[in-house]
Design a protein around this ligand. Structure first.
Ligand code: MRU
Length: 347
């Protein structure tokens, strides 16, 4: 089984996704700063895993606070929360997980600081287990959307590597459908500039013996026109109340092409990714990352060193391009204002 994150002996072990598929190595986080750095520098990535790493980083920070003064302890925790929250702005799961950790703090006013530390470690583990449960259910619900023989396109990596467990979000329904005996093959967009599709989706699907073919990002339209793609499924970093979806840059382009060719376009995400406080996708903060990600491939410059680049990490796909949203609660179809309403209370 692919293990992306584990808590062991009061340290956090993270599978280093920057060097996959060439090396399988873990980095060890001994402080919340290490965890924040690992989220920022993409050692771990994918919305659910970012959330779990933040929770574990928070717990790591808490157990290492030395003071016995309660007010000072809480002030330290607030600092830790801010450092972790400032790593990546788009994935809702990051803020959701930190809020869960802070609510443990708020509900433990009568407990000793040692007990509170224990409770925070337990909560981080619970957030990880809960993520796995949710993603498993996404697979169980979503499997019915896929038929025997389907050739399914996905963008970026929304698989096991983007979560804390073996299912993933977008790849979970595919795994379930295959488990039901359907023959399904995956086309993975390589996903410039960080190549999550070429490096990570390809690696994890090969690991699980699921047929996968990597294509360049700019091939998807041509393959749709040739009738070589039956369905599309992607994950999400944040979903607004109207069903607009922020996901890896390039998702929007794929969704528009899918509509043009009448190909179902699905998005799978746990409710921890939904942000019902946002009316629509215009309000989702979109991360802009450093230009070297575009200028270089593995430390080798492919552009003039000083050329300007634009490196938005995510884009927003308007809800009207989306055939269905899949969460642990089931399958929601348009109009999402209506179908998502029952999910709001349980997020
Ligand atoms: O920049 P990344 O690799 O964190 O972006 C990841 C994605 O865009 C995923 O599709 C999304 O987080 C869903 S992961 C289950």
């Amino acid at each position: 089984m692919i293990e992306t994150i584990k808590w062991q002996d009061n340290k956090v072990y993270l599978l280093d996704q920057r060097i996959l598929p060439n090396k399988e190595e873990y980095i060890i986080c001994e402080s919340y700063h290490d965890a924040a750095e690992a989220i920022y520098n993409l050692t771990v990535r994918g919305a659910p895993l970012i959330g779990v790493t933040a929770a574990m980083g928070f717990a790591l920070g808490a157990i290492n606070i030395q003071t016995s003064d309660r007010a000072q302890f809480i002030a330290e925790l607030e600092k830790i929360e801010k450092v972790l929250a400032d790593t990546r702005p788009t994935a809702k799961n990051l803020f959701w997980a930190l809020q869960k950790m802070m609510s443990v703090v708020r509900n433990a006013e009568d407990q000793s600081l040692d007990t509170l530390k224990e409770l925070l470690v337990k909560e981080a583990q619970a957030i990880m287990d809960d993520d796995n449960e949710r993603n498993k259910k996404i697979g169980q619900w979503g499997a019915e959307l896929f038929d025997d023989g389907d050739r399914v396109l996905t963008h970026c990596n929304a698989g096991a590597l983007a979560t804390a467990g073996p299912f993933g979000t977008a790849l979970s329904p595919i795994r379930s459908a295959i488990g039901q005996g359907k023959k399904i093959s995956v086309l993975a967009d390589e996903t410039r500039p960080v190549l999550q599709g070429a490096r990570l989706t390809a690696w994890e699907l090969l690991h699980d013996d699921i047929p996968v073919t990597v294509i360049t990002d700019n091939s998807a339209g041509f393959l749709m026109a040739k009738g070589m793609i039956d369905k599309i499924i992607v994950g999400a970093d944040r979903i607004a109340a109207n069903g607009d979806v922020a996901n890896k840059i390039g998702t929007y382009t794929v969704a528009v092409m899918a509509k043009n060719h009448n190909i179902p376009f699905y998005v799978a995400a746990p409710l921890s990714t939904f942000d019902f406080a946002l009316k629509n996708g215009d309000q989702i903060p979109i991360e802009e990352r450093q230009g070297e990600e575009i200028r270089c491939i593995q430390d080798h410059y492919i552009t003039p060193k000083k050329v300007n680049v634009l490196n938005f990490a995510f884009d927003v796909t308007p809800a009207h391009y989306i055939s269905a949203l899949i969460s642990e609660k089931g399958i929601a179809r348009p109009p999402f204002e209506v179908s998502l309403a029952p999910w709001q209370t349980t997020a």
